[in-house]
Design a protein around this ligand. Structure first.
Ligand SMILES: Nc1ncnc2c1ncn2[C@@H]1O[C@H](COP(=O)(O)OP(=O)(O)OP(=O)(O)O)[C@@H](O)[C@H]1O
Ligand SMILES: [Mg+2]
Length: 327
């Protein structure tokens, strides 16, 4: 089925958070920027944020937006930011160090905190969870009317979302054990009263954390407020990637906004005289387009392959025009 991006936003007037997924290099950053620009042109104070640890947005707009939201010159309400994950990672490490040290002391365990911190923070999921944490912070700050997240490549995004469920389970379990440990300690203690009144920063932290994750999950799974879009080329591998991705997302109950085709060769520019390899690629794209019409319920638009890479606000504007053209 074909209905445009504009239709989608007309049908979802309360939409506030959108995210982009797809194979590496297919144009997620470019498409995210194009949608953010459109939204800003509708008068909404819009944040385009990248959770990717590469400087893709600075490169796209040829200005430094690393670690801070910058208002895009030439627009009234588009803000662009590359999230600085290093800062969050350091802060999370510090947080964890503090909590673990406190806990080891609390539980009278004569082990150095460093060993635990090492194993908690060397984990590859740690960086992702820091990115997720960052995204949550930005959403909860509530400074914008509309948020466009140019997410990290496919598998990461899914893990982030899968993790939100796991977090809650894990934290609930932790809290249960903590309560048990606390009451045991209480019954063994000679200083009953004092222990009872002792603060429990770890438990507080876990509760706050779980509540945040729960709230975040509620936002991510609310199909009136959040939508995930998938960008693909008319090629086998990027299509396979998003088919798998959409399958996972359906399992998690995450709302899918639709699929966007990027880098489609403009037919009107191809004739019998055009180089054979371009004519062949056009045929190939036609085949994959037909295939896609069978697999995907919502194809929201098609962006042509431009004569050069997309850089600067004017080029992004061209992508916006292509994407929001009537279907
Ligand atoms: N329609 C298009 N026409 C021409 N060039 C394009 C088009 N779309 C994207 N590009 C170019 O393709 C490259 C990849 O695009 P982009 O950075 O948006 O991909 P991505 O999916 O965000 O990549 P990554 O997975 O690394 O984040 C960029 O150089 C971009 O300028
Ligand atoms: Mg990108």
């Amino acid at each position: 089925m074909r209905s445009s991006m504009a239709d989608f936003f007309r049908e979802h007037p309360h939409m506030r958070y959108i995210y982009f997924g797809g194979k590496g290099g297919v144009g997620k950053t470019v498409v995210a920027a194009a949608v953010a620009l459109w939204m800003a042109k509708q008068g909404k104070r819009t944040l385009l944020a990248s959770t990717n640890p590469v400087h893709s947005l600075s490169n796209l707009f040829q200005m430094d937006v690393f670690g801070k939201a910058v208002q895009m010159p030439g627009t009234e309400s588009l803000y662009v930011q590359e999230i600085d994950t290093r800062e969050t990672i350091e802060k999370s490490k510090e947080d964890i160090r503090e909590k673990i040290s406190w806990f080891l002391k609390f539980a009278d365990i004569p082990t150095k905190a460093e060993e635990f911190i090492e194993s908690a923070t060397m984990n590859p999921a740690f960086e992702e969870s820091a990115m997720f944490e960052n995204m949550i912070n930005i959403i909860f700050e509530d400074k914008y009317e509309f948020y466009v997240f140019d997410t990290a490549p496919t598998a990461n995004a899914r893990r982030l979302l899968g993790m939100s469920k796991v977090y809650t389970l894990w934290v609930d379990k932790m809290m249960q054990s903590r309560e048990e440990a606390k009451s045991m300690r209480l019954s063994l203690s000679f200083r009953k009263k004092k222990v009872e009144e002792e603060e429990d920063p770890l438990l507080d932290y876990l509760t706050t954390f779980r509540d945040r994750i729960d709230q975040m999950r509620a936002i991510l799974t609310d199909d009136q407020k959040s939508a995930f879009f998938f960008v693909t080329l008319l090629e086998s591998l990027p299509i396979a990637v998003i088919r798998r991705f959409i399958g996972w997302f359906e399992d998690f109950g995450i709302p899918i906004g639709g699929v966007i085709i990027n880098q489609a060769i403009d037919k009107s520019q191809v004739s019998e005289d055009t180089a054979e390899f371009i004519r062949n690629r056009l045929k190939m794209q036609d085949r994959y387009r037909e295939e896609m019409d069978q697999y995907f319920k919502e194809i929201r638009g098609e962006i042509p392959l431009f004569e050069k890479e997309v850089r600067g606000l004017d080029m992004v504007g061209k992508v916006t025009d292509a994407l929001f053209a009537a279907a």
